[in-house]
Design a protein around this ligand. Structure first.
Ligand code: HEC
Ligand code: HEC
Length: 349
């Protein structure tokens, strides 16, 4: 008699637990659905490609562009290639505060990754390059990077290699003289337009509720609620607008920058553009320390706290900062397989 009573109690308790778990489970699932819905209003999964009307992507252009990305012989001292400052192994950023070009010349700013870069309104921190093609073209004569004296001098180097002539011909079959600086820029641009890195966030937004950890989900909610998405929005989580860096307090106070950078003022000479920078893409941000245009901050925790303080006027509590950082880790994406292999470069012989 007593035995059956205990048994009944056990079954009853078990049913209660199962019911509770089921209710909690549905509640979590409903929470996830609501979070996905909210996130889709301000963020969004990465597109499958970053096309350009002026520069349609073809396999031949991408192949040539990838080779040119590794080419150092088009620099003043023969040591500088795109991959020197954007090494794929470091998520296409160089890990330095300020990049170093030919003859050890220091660049004025930190280098952002080229992954997903083609999806932005413009290129560079102050938006002084209109597209990835424009960026690639101007880089070769940039005094702190390749340092070449003229576009003609770059074309001369390329034309000295028979294999480049053939690769350019294959990529631009309608051109009489295909090895030009504009086609150089188009080929590299086409390669960059393939550098898309889908991340756990994309899987989550497409309905895979296990793609993010509980802390990352909480961080995503905080990222939306606290207003980060006011500037870092869209599928690239940034790259779509310019904003003053230091709205509530001057950025120099927190970044310990030794030199004041006036930002977009240098481009427009407009007073309202002083200290204005492009809102950076946050995809792969956990892999591309140090942070900010001056590379002055090493830790993502610190960068996030500074953002709250000077962009939103909020002193974010430690727990919220940690949750946001966990979420930012969910933006680390998969590097396309083709980009993970190193190409062989043409020989003069
Ligand atoms: C000497 C190092 C160096 C070399 C070489 C170099 N870059 Fe960069 N790259 C930088 C720096 C520094 C920036 C940021 C410049 C700025 O905003 O003022 C940058 C910015 C960029 C951006 C803009 C990213 C964004 O989010 O705004 C792209 C795209 C890019 N580089 C691609 C290339 C390509 C393609 C090449 C080769 C043709 C190249 N870079 C060569 C250092 C370098
Ligand atoms: C008012 C616009 C605005 C808001 C709001 C904002 N940001 Fe930013 N964020 C920027 C700008 C502009 C920069 C570039 C600063 C610079 O020049 O270095 C930036 C840079 C960053 C960086 C450094 C990226 C890198 O590659 O160096 C991180 C990380 C970041 N923001 C995260 C956040 C987080 C997290 C929040 C919310 C707590 C937030 N931001 C809110 C505009 C904003």
């Amino acid at each position: 008699m007593i035995v059956t009573e205990v048994k009944e109690k056990k079954t009853w308790l078990l049913t209660l637990f199962v019911l509770l778990f089921a209710i909690a489970g549905t509640a979590f699932a409903a929470d996830d659905d609501a979070l996905i819905k909210r996130a889709l209003q301000v963020l969004g999964p990465l597109p499958a490609s970053m096309p350009s009307e002026e520069n349609p992507i073809t396999p031949e252009k991408v192949r040539l562009g990838k080779i040119l990305f590794y080419e150092p012989r088009i620099s003043l001292d023969g040591t500088v290639s795109c991959s020197k400052c954007h090494p794929i192994a470091l998520y296409a950023a160089d890990g330095l505060r300020k990049s170093v070009g030919h003859n050890c010349t220091e660049n004025p700013r930190n280098d952002p990754t080229v992954f997903n870069a083609a999806g932005q309104i413009s290129e560079h921190w102050i938006g002084n390059r209109t597209s990835v093609e424009d960026q690639a073209k101007q880089a070769v004569i940039g005094p702190p990077s390749f340092g070449m004296p003229s576009y003609e001098s770059v074309e001369k180097v390329l034309r000295a290699y028979k294999q480049y002539e053939l690769l350019f011909k294959a990529a631009f079959p309608l051109d009489k003289e295909p090895a030009t600086i504009d086609n150089f820029a188009k080929a590299i641009g086409a390669f960059e337009r393939t550098l898309i890195t889908p991340a756990p966030l994309d899987a989550f937004l497409k309905g895979n509720k296990d793609a993010l950890t509980a802390q990352q989900k909480s961080g995503l909610g905080t990222f939306i609620d606290r207003g980060c998405v006011g500037c870092h929005f869209g599928p690239f989580i940034g790259g779509q607008m310019y904003q003053k860096f230091g709205i509530f307090e001057p950025y120099q106070k927190y970044t310990k920058s030794e030199k004041v950078d006036e930002g977009r003022f240098a481009v427009t000479k407009n007073e309202t553009d002083r200290y204005v920078f492009k809102v950076p893409v946050l995809r792969n941000v956990a892999m591309t320390s140090p942070y900010f245009h001056d590379g002055s901050v090493d830790k993502l925790e610190e960068a996030v706290w500074i953002m709250g303080k000077i962009q939103l006027g909020k002193d974010l509590p430690k727990e919220q900062v940690q949750d946001i950082v966990a979420f930012l880790h969910a933006l680390t994406g998969k590097i396309p397989e083709d980009a993970m292999t190193v190409p062989l470069l043409p020989s003069l012989q």
